[in-house]
Design a protein around this ligand. Structure first.
Ligand code: XIL
Length: 386
């Protein structure tokens, strides 16, 4: 109880200090073409970095949510609305409506769009997975369906996507890899049916359909967040090999889902990002959040007071790694408000993972990111001399 009071008091102070950055403050509508000077996007603009967020398009009906999305971020990623399950729930019938809505919002607010995601083992349409399971879709047909999906989706959004998360989560976790090092997960739905070579194909198909979009390989724990470099080593070796073959990979995206119970090493993340960049690609933090244990999934009050320090600290460390590597083009949070976060639904007992609280008030993590960006913009060493 004491903790909650402390937290609420903190939030109240924050609202007063950061009125320009919140939706609730003045009640007057801000000029959308001029984000507040202390907004994350404005602070990052001068240092050639985009600050992004995952967005749930229907939440844009909530004016407070829409205002923060427009004011604070200059890149948006649909949380689910470009996934195969959503865009082709019924075979042969495309529904782009939710994603189109977000693209339009982005265009109206001077934002770039990160497309997410073309090829993943999760959130596939039921007709596809059941067809494969019952044998009615054989591997040749599966490959043809995948090619059509990639080309049709990239073509639909052609010219409107800044970065495409082409392939998502293909590598084995370091704790599953026996022996080390890690490698492409042979049990992955796509790899088990179509072989590892499918990854090179999907990047080529995407490039063919939209030559201007930056093509991303996206994964988690590929910045040594799990305390080993096993997965990072594997992704680095794979990317190096494919790039040498001319496969069009432009960006390595590190998701950045952290948890205060594990901690992580900022310098290790910086080193991993630098090493990818040494291959001639860009890098990005694509899905940052920092979860911790909470009292319940609704209020999401941390159960440890240490978390109140660890959570913003880890956000800043992650941003700093991105700032330290000049090839890091975007820092994206996986949703900005705790009420809308995927964490409580996926990690039992955890939450408080975002930079705004359940009532869309900015948390210490938000202010700390602001401060870090402000320092970088004023010439703090991390963004310079490289
Ligand atoms: C999550 C969404 O946020 C949830 O709404 C959905 O139920 C499951 O997927 N890595 C990814 C994202 O690449 O697509 C996931 O998004 C979170 C983990």
């Amino acid at each position: 109880m004491r903790m909650r009071n402390l937290l609420l008091a903190g939030a109240a102070v924050m609202v007063t200090v950061l009125t320009a950055g919140t939706a609730t403050a003045s009640g007057t509508s801000l000029d959308r073409t001029k984000p507040p000077a202390d907004s994350l996007r404005a602070l990052a603009a001068g240092i050639n970095l985009r600050i992004g967020t995952a967005v749930t398009p229907f939440e844009l009906d909530n004016p407070a949510y829409a205002q923060i999305t427009g004011d604070q971020f200059d890149s948006v990623t649909p949380g689910n609305e470009m996934k195969w399950e959503t865009v082709e729930r019924v075979q042969g019938v495309y529904d782009w409506s939710a994603a189109d809505r977000l693209v339009t919002f982005a265009q109206q607010h001077g934002q770039l769009v990160r497309g997410h995601t073309l090829v993943w083992h999760n959130q596939l349409p039921g007709w596809l997975t059941s067809g494969v399971a019952d044998g009615s879709i054989d591997n040749d047909e599966l490959r043809a369906l995948l090619r059509k999906h990639v080309i049709d989706e990239v073509t639909h959004f052609k010219g409107k996507i800044w970065q495409w998360d082409v392939a998502n989560e293909f590598f084995a976790n370091s704790w599953d890899a026996h022996p080390l090092p890690s490698g492409i997960n042979g049990d992955n739905f796509w790899v088990s049916h179509l072989g590892e070579g499918i990854l090179a194909d999907v990047f080529r198909w995407a490039r063919e359909a939209d030559p201007k979009a930056l093509l991303v390989y996206n994964d988690y724990n590929i910045g040594g967040e799990d305390g080993t470099n096993a997965k990072a080593d594997a992704v680095y070796a794979w990317a190096k090999n494919l790039l040498a073959q001319g496969v069009p990979i432009d960006v390595i995206g590190n998701q950045g889902h952290l948890d205060t119970q594990y901690g992580f090493s900022g310098p290790r993340l910086t080193a991993a990002l630098s090493r990818y960049a040494s291959l001639g690609v860009k890098v990005a933090i694509t899905e940052a959040d920092v979860r911790t244990f909470v009292d319940n999934a609704t209020e999401q009050v941390p159960t440890s007071n240490l978390a109140l320090f660890a959570q913003p600290y880890e956000y800043v460390q992650m941003l700093r790694s991105c700032l330290e590597v000049k090839e890091c083009i975007s820092f994206t949070v996986w949703g900005f408000g705790d009420a809308n976060s995927w964490v409580p639904g996926w990690f039992t007992g955890e939450g408080y993972a975002c930079i705004y609280d359940v009532n869309l008030n900015p948390k210490p993590a938000f202010t700390d990111l602001q401060h870090e960006l402000m320092l970088a913009g004023k010439g703090a060493p991390q963004r310079h001399g490289r």
